[in-house]
Ligand binder design. Structure first.
Ligand SMILES: C[S@@+](CC[C@H](N)C(=O)[O-])C[C@H]1O[C@@H](n2cnc3c(N)ncnc32)[C@H](O)[C@@H]1O
Length: 259
């Protein structure tokens, strides 16, 4: 092969892919910039509505619980709070605070039950709040950890000493465990399967054990993101008669047993 052609083919071999990479990088960069720009524009467009909603929430008594819950971290030491905040999970700190506040409000005479623990973020807050109560109720955490979260969950349990502070772990599917559940429940937090039939089963199996004045909170039961959960909760609410909805806080619905 002549020397010139050799150099040309070498140039093609080395140059063309780099040119392609360069063009791709520019395209990706432009797309990313366009996407970022679109996101920024959307956020700016939503700002007035978000501000209006946030002002409205300040005066909405429905949000009293959320406002009260804001004070809860003051009762937790700085080191423990940092540990709680470092636990990975799906629930925001606002939700964790709310759930913990509900634990402090619940009557006595039973266990706290969590369905859907993931990596133990809410679990940590549940234990923290349970330990603030004079009766220090057990927190029963139910999750088969089929999403591969068992190691992370156990790390949370070990790092925060949850087992020594009242946690009882059920590596189980709530639909199975629920069939034989028999203990009274003072606070039930449902954030497990988000399928309609599964939510109905959790409701049917666990709510009969909630004591009078006991509390139930359903994650993702409002706000339009999980219609299956919303439908299951709405149907139960309409049919039950034994519970009163005491708040709907963004995506969380809170009920108290009244009969
Ligand atoms: C949305 S995540 C929970 C997030 C968690 N509250 C947090 O603080 O990050 C849902 C969890 O429910 C669990 N789950 C799904 N189906 C379940 C079932 N039938 N019984 C118990 N847990 C279930 C999943 O394994 C997963 O860990």
């Amino acid at each position: 092969m002549p020397h010139g052609l050799d150099r040309l083919s070498l140039g093609r071999t080395l140059g063309v892919p780099w040119i392609t990479v360069g063009i791709n990088a520019v395209l990706v960069g432009t797309m990313t910039n366009t996407r970022s720009a679109r996101r920024i524009a959307q956020n700016i467009a939503r700002l007035p509505i978000r501000t209006a909603c946030s002002i409205a929430r300040r005066f909405d008594s429905n949000y009293d619980l959320e406002r009260q819950a804001k004070a809860l971290p003051e009762r937790i030491g700085a080191q423990r709070l940092a540990q709680l905040r470092a636990i990975p999970g799906c629930c925001s700190e606002r939700e964790c605070r709310l759930v913990a506040h509900l634990v402090t409000m619940a009557p006595s005479g039973g266990e706290i039950v969590e369905i859907g623990a993931f990596k133990g973020r809410v679990t940590g807050w549940l234990i923290e709040a349970a330990q603030m109560r004079p009766d220090r109720p057990v927190v029963a955490s139910v999750d088969p950890h089929g999403w591969g979260t068992r190691a992370d969950f156990e790390k949370t349990v070990a790092d925060l000493g949850l087992a020594e502070r009242g946690l009882r772990v059920h590596y189980a599917d709530s639909r199975e465990l629920g069939r034989t559940w028999s203990k009274p429940i003072i606070f039930l937090w449902i954030d497990g399967s988000h399928e309609y039939d599964d939510v109905r089963q959790d409701i049917d199996n666990f709510t009969p054990h909630v004591v009078r004045e006991g509390l139930i909170a359903f994650d993702d039961s409002a706000g339009g993101t999980f219609p299956d959960v919303e439908r299951a909760v709405a149907e139960w609410e309409a049919a039950s008669g034994a519970y009163k909805r005491i708040a709907t806080l963004r995506n969380v619905s809170v009920f108290r047993r009244i009969a």
